[in-house]
Design a protein. Structure first.
Length: 169
């Protein structure tokens, strides 16, 4: 089987759902790397190359590695941004159910409340409670309504979570 037929059988890339703030963060990073950081590194690399023997030039070797890392990150961000679908939670019509972008407060069996924001895979932040819609908790909550109880597979077994609040800020 040829490489071309392999690519065709993969189908279209999956949409990269993201909130407006997540999109801005990715686009800003891409633009900064492309228009500011990469030119700085290319200039420093050029200066280091002019210093002579490149095989023993630590600055040259460092700058080449730094340029490869920037280019790798630019390719990654470019691919992510090519297939982005920006979803603004404030535009959600059905606010009675959990969908992408919702901020959901749940209560576990012990009565402990936790708040999660359902976001894209590029926006995950455990400290702030931003979880991916693809995560076990995110998948369990999507489509559920207020007072629904879901069972989520946890690192230490299973837990029941009851939805106590749904908000689209």
């Amino acid at each position: 089987m040829s490489d071309q037929s392999n690519k065709e059988s993969e189908g279209p890339p999956e949409k990269n759902y993201i909130t407006p703030s997540g999109y801005r963060r990715l686009a800003d990073e891409f633009e900064y790397l492309r228009s500011t950081k990469r030119p700085e590194v290319v200039s420093a690399l050029s200066d280091a190359a002019a210093e002579g023997d490149r095989s023993e030039n630590a600055e040259y070797i460092y700058r080449k590695r730094q340029l490869r890392e920037i280019d790798r990150r630019l390719r990654f961000l470019g691919k992510r941004l090519d297939h982005v679908a920006v979803i603004d939670p404030r535009d959600q019509k059905r606010r009675d159910r959990v969908f992408f972008g919702a901020t959901v407060t749940v209560e576990d069996e012990d009565g402990t409340e936790t708040t999660y924001k359902i976001v894209g895979v590029d926006e995950i932040d455990g400290k702030s409670g931003a979880i991916s819609w693809k995560s076990p908790i995110g998948r369990a909550l999507i489509g559920k309504a207020l007072d629904d109880t879901v069972v989520v597979k946890w690192h230490a077994g299973r837990r029941e979570l009851t939805i106590t609040e749904i908000d689209y800020r």
